[in-house]
Design a protein around this ligand. Structure first.
Ligand SMILES: [Zn+2]
Length: 197
């Protein structure tokens, strides 16, 4: 739990960081998505987080859009990098009814898993495109890596999504709250490789 002083400092930093910050996302698809689905989900996550001032630089490490050997992606881990794995199975903790999980400490996190079958089932229940919900699920877990494990009662970081959220997703209007966006951008500002001198 950050101290009030630390939070105030983060928010101050947010007010002076007016440029979009870059987040590198290394994507490992073990769930055999098509290139069309992969593009749809990455573009969705792009739009969702761009609204908060976060630019995603994707590294396609495994899957339909992978261009480079997997080892190239694994050589280095940048300070502003998150590894996202799209899994074909189910969560080991399915009792949470979860579509994804992030490994997060108080300092944030760098590893995300999203379970494609759970997302497919939920997308069908909402009557929305699977890849669109995948993009939102990835953006939500990436949000945990930048904001911590807590959920909020509005927007992208709600603990579970309902039909109202689904209709906002279909209009691409479900986002981080303004304060979450400020904290996420500030955290990312600290993590930029050029900021580490
Ligand atoms: Zn969550």
């Amino acid at each position: 739990m950050p101290s009030r002083t630390f939070l105030q400092w983060i928010l101050w930093l947010a007010t002076v960081s007016c440029h979009a910050q870059t987040l590198v996302v290394s994507l490992y698809d073990y769930s055999d998505l098509s290139s069309k689905e992969t593009l749809h989900l990455t573009k969705t996550a792009d739009l969702v987080l761009a609204h908060s001032g976060i630019h995603i630089a994707w590294l396609y490490c495994r899957g339909a859009l992978a261009e480079m050997p997997e080892t190239t992606c694994e050589e280095t881990m940048r300070s502003n990098e998150i590894v996202v794995r799209l899994q074909p199975g189910v969560s080991r903790r399915p009792e949470n009814g979860t579509m994804g999980r992030s490994v997060v400490t108080t300092a944030g996190g760098s590893y995300v898993s999203v379970w494609a079958p759970a997302v497919r089932t939920q997308a069908a229940a909402f009557g929305m495109a699977f890849a669109l919900l995948m993009g939102y699920a990835v953006a939500h877990e990436v949000g945990h890596c930048l904001l911590g494990s807590g959920h909020s009662h509005a927007g992208l970081m709600r603990g579970s999504w309902n039909r109202k959220d689904a209709s906002e997703m279909s209009r691409l209007s479900l986002h981080l709250t303004k304060q979450e966006a400020q904290i996420a951008v500030a955290r990312l500002t600290l993590a930029q490789p050029t900021a580490q001198k």
